[in-house]
Design a binder for this molecule. Structure first.
Ligand SMILES: NC(=O)c1ccc[n+]([C@@H]2O[C@H](COP(=O)([O-])OP(=O)(O)OC[C@H]3O[C@@H](n4cnc5c(N)ncnc54)[C@H](O)[C@@H]3O)[C@@H](O)[C@H]2O)c1
Ligand SMILES: [Fe+2]
Length: 384
């Protein structure tokens, strides 16, 4: 079977890249935008850094800001109504994965109204029309949703995260401006950065990985190991912010095309059932699930260790692989990620429901080692 690779039509990178927005809108012949963002970003003024660029050239826009972290079907449906009422012809997403994913849902449903229930979009949906044009400006260095063909929405009725995979949803343009990330608090910098590392590692060892995706994921792993501690310790140091902004995009370019694995499969129910921030859930699970996957990817784990700066000279392949797990755990502790489910209020009685959803998650089949329900229960217990 042929390999497929889907990326944005155009992408811009670097401090101040948001100033390209008027030129982008003009080139695409767009006339009015619905800006999709969340209340927190409005409050800290990050959204304003983008709307100021629109104001400066008199480009008309309205704002939809009801988006929750871990967004819901209701968020998408309200957004579709807001888009229709606004008379806009494009969506500008300013935010983390939650705002960008909601924009994707709004754009898809607006142009494919037969999916207005949103829940029928779960998995690989047979939409026929491209989303309304989306221009995505990430404000977290994590999800890379600005370049992925996925969006993640909670179905409130089932209390489950739906991963929707649809090439028609990819933002036409990504504008990755690290200046939009300086306002990100330390804990969110750490959590979203560990989400990006999880993308890079799962994308590197997933069943669908190949030479082109490996190239991106290894570069992302290297840049995250080099820059995440700095971005957390010195939030205003441009090196850390710029390195992480680019690294998370590079990781997402590849994982979007090859898939992820059990870490995401087990993290999603922690978001839908217990409202755990996505990056925290991934970071907490990553070392334990790496250890579980190690026998299937000994060589690649050695490469991960070396890419993260570990000198594996004189180690056996198994020792080098273990060094990768240790390096990830060390980084996670260094940036202050909780290490146990109990710290998040999750108890043993919650595990069966978490495990059921994890087994059914769209990301789980990409895991390099096949899993059973019992395996998943045992893995949650390990991190209790
Ligand atoms: N589409 C994809 O490919 C993909 C990949 C991974 C995760 N996700 C999904 O993305 C969501 C998580 O996104 P996220 O981790 O980027 O966080 P988020 O968008 O949920 O934002 C988390 C919090 O950070 C705040 N915030 C964001 N940027 C900020 C900034 N610059 N300054 C201050 N505060 C800021 C927001 O206001 C919010 O309160 C989850 O629903 C997850 O399942 C999607
Ligand atoms: Fe993720």
């Amino acid at each position: 079977m042929a390999q497929r690779f889907i990326l944005n039509e155009v992408s811009y990178f670097g401090a101040g890249a948001r100033k390209e927005l008027p030129e982008v809108l003009n080139r695409m012949g767009l006339k009015k935008a619905l800006v999709c963002t969340d209340k927190g970003l409005l409050k800290v003024g990050t959204t304003k850094m983008v709307t100021d660029v629109l104001e400066a050239v008199g480009f008309p826009y309205e704002v939809y800001s009801e988006i929750k972290p871990n967004p819901t079907v209701t968020n998408v449906q309200q957004g579709v109504a807001a888009f229709k009422a606004s008379g806009a012809d494009c969506l500008i997403a300013v935010g983390g994965g939650s705002s960008m994913d909601t924009a994707k849902g709004i754009g898809i449903v607006s142009n494919n109204p037969e999916f207005s229930d949103v829940v029928s979009l779960e998995g690989v949906a047979p939409t026929k029309k491209k989303s309304v044009p989306i221009i995505a400006l990430p404000t977290t260095a994590g999800t890379g949703a600005e370049v992925t063909i996925n969006y993640v929405i909670i179905d409130e009725k089932r209390q489950a995260k739906m991963v929707c995979v649809d090439p028609n949803d990819i933002p036409a343009v990504a504008i990755v401006d690290p200046e939009l990330m300086y306002s990100l608090p330390k804990s969110l910098t750490a959590a979203t950065g560990m989400d990006a590392l999880t993308h890079a590692i799962e994308g590197y060892i997933t069943k669908g990985a190949w030479v082109m995706s490996d190239m991106y994921e290894l570069q992302a792993i290297k840049m995250i190991a080099e820059n995440l501690p700095l971005a957390v310790a010195e939030p205003t140091n441009p090196k850390g912010r710029e390195g992480m902004a680019l690294a998370q995009y590079i990781a997402a370019q590849a994982f979007s095309n090859v898939g992820l694995g059990l870490v995401h499969g087990m993290a999603h129910p922690m978001g839908s059932l217990h409202d755990v921030p996505h990056g925290v859930a991934n970071a907490l699970l990553l070392p334990t699930i790496m250890k579980f996957n190690m026998p299937t990817r000994i060589e690649k784990f050695g490469v991960i260790a070396r890419t993260m700066g570990v000198d594996t000279t004189g180690m056996t392949p198994e020792e080098a692989a273990q060094a990768a797990v240790d390096a990830v755990q060390k980084l996670s502790i260094e940036v202050g990620i909780p290490q146990h489910l109990s710290e998040l209020g999750i108890t043993e009685k919650d595990i069966p429901a978490l495990a059921e959803q994890a087994l059914a998650d769209v990301c789980t089949p990409g895991n390099p080692r096949d899993v059973t329900l019992d395996d998943i229960v045992a893995l949650y217990k390990k991190v209790l």
